[in-house]
Structure formats: C-alpha cells, structure tokens
Design a protein. Structure first.
Length: 117
C-alpha cells in the first residue's frame, strides 16, 4: 500500500477509535467498529484513485455499500472536529488531501470493474 494510503488508513482508524470510545465505551474497537475498520481498509486497498485520491468524503465514486457509508459518515461527523486535538498531524494532512483533485474519469472507470464486496 502506498504511504499516502497507509496514512489515510491511520486517519480513518483513529476516527473510528475516537467514535467507538465515546459511543461504545471500548478501549479499542468493538466488534461493529472493527468490522467497519476492516471494511474501510479493503475499500482503500481497492480505491481506483490510489495515492491520487481526494478524501472519501469528496469522492464521486462512493465505493462504500450504503450501510457502511452511513456508518462511516456518522464516525466522520463525530470524530472529524476532534481529530485536530487528538491527532493534529493526521488532521492537517486530511485537510490538505481535501484540496486535491481526483484523477480523470478513466482512472475510476478502469477499476470500477473491481467488485464491491
Ligand atoms: S473510491 Fe472513493 S470512497 Fe472509495 S476508497 Fe476511493 S476515494 Fe474512498
Ligand atoms: Zn465501536
């Protein structure tokens, strides 16, 4: 996995951890959040944009299944504003990534053939 995606994975896991601690009173990941974390990791590994991606929140492909997308949106809404306090480097890098432009359509179309689990 490209270092950019490794960092994204760290960011999403940190967000899920913050959410899980507050909502499920877990010190790590509860079963439900563990499933979400693993799912996010698989989606990142198969992302058609790879290291050229913007943030998933700004993505035009939306490769998440509806149920998982709803879950990750809840996590991001809660943990996003708290990231600056808990993980300032990851939070700042995420803000920079949001400014990135996605790669051309064909990049996504090429890999859209990858199956959604
Ligand atoms: S396709 Fe979009 S939603 Fe899926 S991992 Fe890539 S950037 Fe995120
Ligand atoms: Zn949890």
């Amino acid at each position: 996995m490209h270092p950019r995606l490794v960092r994204e994975l760290k960011t999403v896991k940190a967000m899920i951890r913050i959410y899980c601690k507050a909502h499920h009173h877990s010190s790590g990941f509860c079963e439900q959040c563990s499933e979400l974390s693993e799912y996010a990791e698989r989606r990142l590994a198969n992302c058609p944009f790879q290291e050229h991606k913007s943030t998933c929140g700004k993505c035009t492909v939306h490769c998440y299944k509806t149920k998982m997308r709803e879950k990750i949106i809840k996590v991001m809404r809660y943990s996003g504003p708290r990231m600056l306090f808990h993980h300032p480097f990851l939070a700042t890098a995420h803000l920079v990534d949001e400014k990135r432009n996605l790669q051309p359509e064909e990049s996504a179309q090429t890999t859209e053939k990858r199956k959604r689990p």
